[in-house]
Design a binder for this molecule. Structure first.
Ligand SMILES: Cc1cc2nc3c(=O)[nH]c(=O)nc-3n(C[C@H](O)[C@H](O)[C@H](O)COP(=O)(O)OP(=O)(O)OC[C@H]3O[C@@H](n4cnc5c(N)ncnc54)[C@H](O)[C@@H]3O)c2cc1C
Length: 455
């Protein structure tokens, strides 16, 4: 730990441009981070939230439409919801957790309606709450946490966690990307809500999702769980980042000469596509969508069509090349291990929520995309925020006087003689994790998901 800086307990550390104190520090400002911040602030904590980008537009939820596991509390509907992915997840999920997530998600999505989220209304006047448009959703969440008194540091990635002599997490340090100023936040508790890791595969909304939270947590001693279920791939036009796969339900997949690829449109079609891509390009055409559906599809997912419009391609009548983009733990289910209902990690003072935390508890080994992940971000964020606030209160006022130390060196070179060539490291890592024959066809791959209603 020789390269790691020590911080005196009186918060007068002068090496930092911004030196702040709070009860709960939230790292990451997507759905999980904003629900955590709101929940902690509502429980009476002074909260700071730092985001690598701009909280409200950064991360994968902000970039797309999100189907949510929103199921009314009717026994039959709940039973069907819980049973739906149990077998596909290898029965590794837990009914207790599923029930809790369904309850909390239902309550919190209804809260969004109270806050003014513009849910569409059907012909009978019933509000449709199973989907959230990312930009609207995250703009509302930013507004709500500001109202709750949360201080937001945008464009301020966290780089290292702080720990005390007993190893309890007590804050973090980072940098402001726009000013290059360094910041340190001393806190009673920290919530990691930094999303998943998509290995810079250029999947929509995922460029900021480089697994920083996993690294920081691991460097502080946290345990991971389910990381073998982290190799989810999404279908995308080869020329675009958009991995929304629902509309490929109405696709015919073909070879370059237009001949359909046998089995590519089936439930296990993604593996067939992956196998074909190992030797030749794969094309798609959304020719199974009726004229009426085509109009609805545009209205439902406008961003799906943007790349086609830019390229001058009509996906309903023209073939276009497709690829599979690695979405890692963004749609895979591994992450920081949660020890109990508080969403505490295995390190005191450190909590995890959203894609940063394992979703095995509700998904088992199967993808959480399409509904479960969005519900988990809401629920785990809410619980982590509340629990961190309770933990902070128990620690008492003197706790920020502790002498603490920044841990972790892998992503942090300041003060070290070591030079890191990040381009080389990124390339070497991608060479390990991108290839389908190395990663997709591994024995632990979560069963290739059929497109779900909001995937
Ligand atoms: C195209 C696409 C469509 C999807 N559709 C669905 C769907 O329909 N239904 C569903 O259930 N799930 C869906 N998902 C998954 C879902 O979006 C995620 O599960 C959800 O956004 C997780 O929320 P989060 O807050 O954990 O992470 P994110 O929304 O990814 O937010 C993470 C935040 O952490 C910040 N961050 C990262 N590193 C740092 C750092 N070092 N310091 C500070 N901040 C940091 C990022 O800037 C970002 O703002 C989709 C994913 C993609 C990519």
């Amino acid at each position: 730990m020789s390269n790691n800086q020590l911080y005196s307990g009186d918060s007068s550390t002068t090496d930092f441009d911004q030196n702040l104190l709070c009860h709960v520090l939230v790292i990451g400002g997507g759905p999980a981070g904003t629900w955590a911040a709101w929940s902690a602030a509502s429980a009476g904590s002074k909260v700071i939230l730092v985001d690598k980008g701009y909280c409200g537009t950064s991360g994968c939820a902000a970039a797309s439409g999100n189907g949510v596991w929103y199921v009314p509390p009717e026994p039959e509907a709940r039973e069907a919801a819980m049973a739906s992915r149990e077998a596909m997840g290898g029965f590794l999920s837990s009914r207790d957790w599923m029930q809790r997530v369904l309850d909390q998600t239902y309550a919190n999505v209804n809260l969004l309606a109270e806050w003014g989220y513009p849910f569409p209304v059907d012909e009978e006047g019933k509000s449709y709450r199973r989907s959230l448009q990312g930009p609207e959703y995250m703009r509302l969440m930013r507004k709500q946490i500001k109202r709750a008194g949360v201080k937001i540091l945008d464009h301020s990635p966290a780089l290292q966690l702080l720990v005390d002599a007993e190893g309890a997490v007590t804050g973090a340090t980072g940098v402001n990307r726009q000013t290059s100023q360094k910041w340190v936040v001393r806190s009673h508790a920290v919530i990691i809500a930094t999303g998943g890791c998509a290995f810079l595969s250029k999947a929509l909304g995922c460029n900021v999702l480089t697994g920083d939270g996993y690294l920081m947590a691991a460097e502080a001693g946290a345990e991971m769980s389910g990381m073998e279920f982290s190799n989810a791939y999404g279908i995308a036009p080869a020329f675009s980042s958009v991995t929304k796969t629902l509309f490929y339900n109405w696709a015919t997949f073909t070879y370059a000469d237009g001949t359909p690829i046998p089995g590519a449109g089936s439930q296990k079609g993604r593996s067939v596509i992956a196998k074909t891509l190992l030797t030749q390009p794969v094309y798609a055409i959304l020719d199974k969508a009726t004229d009426e559906m085509r109009v609805h599809m545009r209205l439902a997912q406008p961003n799906f069509f943007l790349p086609f419009d830019r390229a001058g391609i009509d996906p309903f009548t023209q073939h276009f090349p497709v690829t599979l983009r690695l979405e890692g733990t963004v749609r895979g289910t591994g992450g920081i291990r949660i020890t109990d209902y508080t969403c505490a990690s295995s390190v005191p003072g450190l909590y995890a929520a959203g894609d940063a935390a394992t979703r095995e508890l509700i998904c088992g080994g199967f993808t959480g995309g399409g509904s479960h992940n969005a519900a988990w971000a809401i629920s785990s964020g809410y619980w982590a925020g509340h629990s961190a606030a309770v933990y902070a209160r128990k620690l008492g006022k003197q706790t920020n006087q502790r002498q603490v130390e920044a841990v972790g060196e892998a992503g942090f070179t300041s003060g070290s003689q070591r030079q890191i060539n990040s381009e080389e490291i990124i390339k070497a890592t991608q060479a390990e994790v991108f290839p389908y024959d190395r990663n997709y066809f591994s024995p632990h791959h979560p069963i290739s998901p059929p497109p779900k209603p909001h995937d």
